[in-house]
Design a protein around this ligand. Structure first.
Ligand SMILES: Nc1ncnc2c1ncn2[C@@H]1O[C@H](COP(=O)(O)OP(=O)(O)OP(=O)(O)O)[C@@H](O)[C@H]1O
Ligand SMILES: [Mg+2]
Length: 642
């Protein structure tokens, strides 16, 4: 028996005797043990009574710790989320600031004193013939087997097993089936079904919890044996004649598969006269041999069905989300020769598996190009998965990309698929790849070389077919020479480099893009789209767009919001920084003309200004302008300045 006594907090002084096999602890009134302290979570922890008494944290906010001989273990940290309790342990609910302390007392059941019979499952071969020699037990076993075999699904199978037990052992009053939670590494044993003999012999669900006899349980699992134990008579005093009439007896039988103990059948005689017998142990052992197979099979099928459903859900969810986000394949605008060249290159690689590295300044359209690589390829039916490598700390990024098995680190409470696996058959876009920590770069290289990923904590790798597209707005070569990026990975990624030119290298596209963005934003707002005035258009083309297409897009969005009822988007509607070029023109006394003429005047003005600022020293003026001395000379000559 387990007794908890609360030492501190609102429930201080209360004790609880745990009767059920799974006892929940928490603040919510629905718990078996209600602790009404604010630092305790609604469903904080639970205790599972099996051969061992396991304490499990249920993902509480402030945590659960175990103190044994002054040593504190916090569940979910170094240890798993579960720990076995021992007599004298302290349970702490909560953290450093506020904690509820609970004393644990484990009191052994007295029934352990009277083990009457033990039959090891390894002796099954010797037990079976004896049972089968008895025609009555043989036909009962046959009937039981038919019922169990006809059941489908785990619940039905367990009910059939429980009823078969009641059918085979007439003096049994209660049957409890306890199974190990296989999903959970530590394997707590949890009672999953209890049946009580009804008046007419078959089983019904019990009114209250039927306690598991832990000492028997331990013996069954520890010795891989069926065990019969009997309680010493209590009320009847020492009278030998009454022995057998009021003895409470229990049989524990293992359910097993190979070396693995899957669970335990506990068969009780609690209130009927007469006790369970050694023959019952043997019949139940033979039954259990077959029932084990049925239970293991039903369980496997249930789990496969659940896994399939989860997978299906996961897939539709991700696909929908992805399609919404991308709105299908978005058009890439641009007629400049730089853009046409880029698109030609892109078409060459869409349907290959080569790794593509996209380099370009911020806002140039790297992500757009990456998504085009996916949505224009045959992979478009599968997922296009994006991960920004700068967005997370190393360990999270690692589990995001590679996935993990439950329990491989603190907080890994479930198996998680990595993005490489999710993108299988599709495309994985690694944005800002230069920000990936060196440790992960090594792992990424391995995936690229071997086409296999190994989730954290997994024992074997998984084969994946993923198209990798990487992007960076840094110069990768520089990152390599600075030692921040692995050279071998660089060569792997650089198989097919695409450079997205900055907007100032394709000024021919500016108006095309500006008009497209402006009209789409205006349409969204239900406004008419005014054209650009001549002057506004010239300023847009002349501006350098350090934020590239994104900056242009934002500018157009602002204008769409602000204009109303104008015939033209005029120069005054543009942001000050774009109009600065105009200020220059005014200051330099530059006459309006063609774009080329104006650009030359601006350049001339800027060169003369720089020379003036540097006392006509060409070397330092060139340095300030960011060009070589020779470059400056050439420019001055071109512009007719001597
Ligand atoms: N050629 C283009 N045609 C249409 N839209 C474009 C084009 N290039 C870029 N855009 C748009 O400009 C915005 C910025 O592009 P994107 O996010 O792809 O840039 P990026 O290079 O990934 O930027 P960053 O380096 O900042 O991540 C997006 O809304 C994108 O749709
Ligand atoms: Mg981007």
């Amino acid at each position: 028996m387990v007794r908890l006594r609360v030492r501190t907090g609102a429930s201080a002084g209360r004790s609880f005797e745990l009767l059920g096999q799974v006892v929940s602890i928490g603040r919510a009134p629905t718990n078996d043990v209600v602790i009404d302290d604010v630092h305790v979570s609604a469903e904080h922890a639970r205790i599972v009574l099996g051969p061992a008494v396991m304490l499990e944290d249920l993902g509480s906010t402030n945590g659960t710790s175990l103190v044994r001989a002054g040593q504190r273990t916090t569940l979910g940290e170094a240890a798993g989320l579960m720990a076995a309790l021992e007599d004298g342990d302290l349970i702490e609910l909560g953290g450093r600031d506020a904690v509820t302390v609970i004393d644990v007392a484990l009191i052994d059941d007295e029934i352990a004193a009277r083990v009457v019979a033990v039959r090891r499952i390894d002796d099954l071969g010797r037990i079976t013939p004896g049972v089968e020699d008895n025609p009555r037990s043989l036909s009962a076993l046959y009937e039981a087997q038919k019922k169990i075999g006809g059941a489908s699904g785990l619940t039905e199978t367990l009910a059939a097993v429980a009823d078969a037990v009641l059918g085979l052992v007439q003096r049994a009053t209660h049957v409890t089936i306890v199974l190990r939670e296989v999903e959970k590494g530590e394997g707590a044993y949890v009672p999953v079904m209890t049946r009580v003999r009804a008046v007419h012999g078959s089983g019904v669900a019990p009114a209250g919890p039927v306690p598991i006899t832990r000492s028997i349980f331990r013996k069954v699992v520890g010795e891989r044996a069926a065990v019969l134990a009997a309680d010493a008579p209590r009320d009847v005093g020492q009278s030998e004649s009454l022995l057998g009439a009021s003895i409470r007896s229990t049989i524990g039988v293992p359910l097993w598969k190979g070396d693995d103990i899957l669970g335990v059948l506990q068969v009780d005689n609690r209130d009927a006269p007469g006790m369970l017998h050694q023959d019952d142990v043997e019949v139940l052992t033979v039954l259990a041999a077959n029932a084990s197979l049925a239970v293991a099979g039903a369980r496997l099928i249930d789990r496969l069905v659940a896994a399939e459903e989860r997978l299906h859900k996961e897939n539709t969810f991700l696909k929908d989300r992805e399609q919404n986000r991308q709105g299908g394949a978005r058009p890439i605008l641009g007629q400049s020769s730089a853009m046409s060249a880029l698109l030609t290159q892109l078409e060459k690689v869409v349907d290959t598996r080569v790794t593509v590295l996209i380099e370009g300044e911020t806002g140039t359209g790297k992500e757009l190009i990456a998504s085009a690589l996916h949505y224009r390829s045959r992979r478009r039916e599968k997922l296009f998965v994006t991960q920004n490598c700068a967005a997370m700390p190393e360990n999270l990024l690692e589990s995001e990309l590679f996935g993990h098995r439950r329990g491989s680190f603190t907080g890994a409470t479930e198996d998680k698929k990595g993005l490489f696996e999710l993108a299988d058959g599709g495309t994985l876009f690694l944005d800002e790849v230069t920000e990936m920590p060196l440790v992960l770069q090594a792992k990424l290289l391995r995936v690229l070389q071997e086409g296999e990923v190994r989730p954290l904590g997994a024992t074997s790798p998984k084969h994946v077919s993923v198209r990798i597209v990487a992007a960076s707005n840094r110069n990768l070569e520089k990152e390599v020479s600075a030692g921040r990026f692995r050279e071998d990975l660089y060569y792997r990624l650089k198989v097919f480099p695409l450079r997205v030119p900055p907007l100032r290298e394709r000024r021919d596209d500016v108006l095309l893009l500006a008009q497209a963005f402006l009209s789409s934003y205006a349409k969204e707002l239900g406004k008419a789209v005014p054209p650009f005035s001549q002057q506004a258009a010239e300023l847009l083309v002349a501006y350098d767009w350090p934020g590239n297409v994104r900056e242009l897009q934002n500018e157009m969005q602002r204008i769409a919001i602000e204009t109303s009822g104008q015939d033209f988007v005029i120069a005054e509607s543009l942001s000050a920084r774009i109009r600065r070029v105009e200020t220059l023109i005014d200051r330099g006394g530059i006459a309006k003309g063609t774009l080329k003429e104006m650009m030359e005047s601006v350049e001339k003005y800027l060169l003369l200004e720089a020379l003036r600022e540097h006392g006509q020293n060409k070397t330092s003026a060139a340095k300030a302008l960011g060009i070589t001395r020779e470059g400056l000379h050439k420019k001055l000559r071109q512009l007719g300045i001597s």
